[in-house]
Ligand binder design. Structure first.
Ligand SMILES: *Cc1c(COP(=O)(O)O)cnc(C)c1O
Length: 348
């Protein structure tokens, strides 16, 4: 009989993680460059004696470092094991009404998975034909709103005023802006935090800080929101972030120059790749992220995805309505992108 009571969910499908040295991996938006050198130093100098003890459940050192980086108080910062963990906690804490939460039809494909997992009703709002968000779609009664800026997998960003309009029409809901890629060229909604106590801005160390393997994400919001998140988190698992990660996270935000240089390199490579793909006749969306969303020319997206894979080049193909003829290509190093362009030119 127990099978009747098993929760059935369709899990989120992450991009493949192929092994091997000669693989060019452009399918999960990781950063092609290592984290700043302070991270390597901290790891080398880590005193393993410290592992005897539980980590600080309040993660005060890392939260303090993130708070001062953004000129906020520690009471405005919640950290989690990747922003996936942070967003899941937000669903558990805030999305408990009978009204549906709202997000775009084409967006981060984890949003509907969490909705199923936590039994949260949801309604998707279709992007327009140019794959832009129509803000008035979010001016209806709802149980919460979650939107990435820039959006994924399109890479298209909207300005802060756009989200302020959505916030002004949603004074009774929690509005989450997922800024996983914001450092690569979009404007942050952090400046709106002082005006809207229902806004949550979610960030990650995985993309712009080259720390996907460490799993660090955070939310910035009013103290009332952060306290509510902590109450739920401490009732679920108090010690989610380990001592090593806390230490490395503090180091990862210290080197601002390295961080800026790294972003500049990725953006420069993105623009070069965009121009080459345009020359090959591809439709390329204007990207403010570390990936390009493209419609191939002369070949279907699926065929190109498979042919690139035969050459050990991995990009992301989504077998989903409306976007099944597009590919999402993460920005790698210059030489990786040159190899990609050469391979595509040969294939088509
Ligand atoms: C990558 C990504 C995340 C999750 O990143 P973590 O590695 O869990 O921090 C969240 N939202 C979007 C839109 C992403 O692309």
């Amino acid at each position: 009989m127990w099978r009747e009571y098993v929760r059935e969910v369709t899990p989120y499908t992450p991009g493949e993680q192929p092994g091997g040295a000669d693989v060019i991996k452009l399918n999960t938006n990781e950063n092609p460059y290592p984290p700043c050198s302070g991270v390597a130093r901290a790891l080398k100098e880590f005193d393993c004696e410290a592992l005897r003890r539980y980590p600080d459940p309040a993660v005060s050192k890392l939260r303090g470092a993130i708070a001062s980086y953004h000129n906020l108080d520690m009471g405005n910062v919640f950290v989690g094991v990747g922003s996936d963990d942070v967003i899941a906690m937000c669903y558990m804490t805030f999305f408990n009404s009978d009204k549906p939460i709202l997000f775009p039809d084409i967006t981060y494909s984890f949003y509907d998975v969490w909705a199923d997992e936590f039994k949260v009703p949801f309604t998707v709002k279709a992007l327009n034909d140019d794959f832009r968000i129509n803000k008035s779609d979010y001016y209806v009664e709802n149980g919460g709103v979650i939107i990435p800026n820039p959006n994924a997998p399109t890479g298209i960003a909207e300005p802060v005023e756009f989200f302020e309009d959505i916030l002004n029409h949603n004074r009774d809901s929690i509005v989450i802006i997922d800024e996983a890629y914001v450092d690569f060229g979009a404007s942050s909604c952090i400046e709106l935090l002082s005006k809207y106590d229902n806004l949550i801005v979610v960030r990650t160390f995985s993309k712009s800080r080259s720390m996907a393997g460490s799993r660090i994400g955070y939310a910035l919001a009013s103290e009332e929101i952060i306290t509510a998140l902590h109450n739920v988190k401490y009732s679920y698992n108090s010690y989610t972030m380990d001592s090593v990660t806390i230490k490395l996270g503090v180091e990862a935000i210290k080197d601002e120059k390295y961080f800026r240089d790294n972003l500049d390199k990725v953006i420069c490579t993105r623009n070069w790749t965009r121009d080459r793909l345009n020359e090959l006749g591809f439709q390329v969306f204007d990207s403010s992220a570390n990936f390009l969303f493209v419609k191939p020319s002369g070949i279907s997206a699926k065929a190109l995805f498979e042919k690139l894979k035969e050459r050990n080049i991995y990009v992301r193909y989504f077998n989903k309505p409306r976007i099944d003829n597009y590919l999402r290509i993460s920005i790698g190093t210059d030489s990786e992108m040159q190899a990609l362009i050469e391979a595509i030119a040969e294939i088509i």
